[in-house]
Write a protein that binds this ligand. Sequence first.
Ligand code: A3P
Length: 286
Amino acid sequence: MEKLNEYLSKYKGFIFPTYILSVEHIDSLQNFEIRDSDVFLVTYAKSGTIWTQNIIMSICDSECTDETEFPNNMKKMPWLEYPQGSMDYSTRASPRFFTSHLNTVLMPPGLREKKPKIVYVARNPKDLAVSYFHFCRVWTKLETPRSFEEFLQKFIAGDVGGSSWFDHIRDWYTHRDDFNILFLTYEDMVTDLKTAVEKMSRFLGRDLDAEAVSRVVEKSTFKNMKKDPKANYDFFPEDVIQGKFMRKGTVGDWKNTFTVAQSEMFDEIYQEKMKDLPLKFIWDIE
Ligand code: A3P
């Protein structure tokens, strides 16, 4: 493990927040036993992870074990890469649900053999960078950037927790045929949440009827999640989060932060790095 600064460390080529990294745990994932019935949500940070957790858990609600056992999303659908006390996943009832920001190399090899379901959510990197910048300012375990410019340079270089966004999306997109993946974008979810919920429910093998879809949609709107302490990180103490996790939840907010010069510079790098990937993002909605 290489300590990069007070907040970040690199292990096996991937950058983790130091406070939560356990190299033994990351190593142990190479022997992590996957079940066919497992469900994974994979994202780069700030892509709508907690939102999608909420949707997946609502879709599969009928199969979740006792609510009181899992007081919030993070316990119901834990981060694979971060040890959760003495929680033993091998004794969890199926279907198990996991969340991860890891790249494909660090994931359990069994994901390629057993083909459990993986939902991958991507977000346009300009909105994502702004969301990440704000998150670093409220999440006390991450370095507070001095300015957006400073953060943007680090984000582009991949010198942030989760390493490079460009590498993450390329890695998962180019290896998509090795896995059983449903690719979605945050922008798809913002513009048509109902269709996104229907797609997810079909993929997860729970073909919900129209009424159930409406219930999931209603529960997952920004307004309603903001009111739900299980889903909006209000369960974290103030010394961990000093501000709101549910910030804006929109597409195109980057325009309020990027200068024209930053936007042009970013576009140029984006075109260069992404030119061979057939991915199209929505950058703004009127
Ligand atoms: P903003 O900071 O742009 O508002 P993650 O869960 O991966 O950390 O992503 C956080 C982003 O998802 C934040 O974006 C947050 O507001 C947004 N988000 C969370 N719940 C949402 C919802 N129900 N609808 C839209 N956006 C949501």
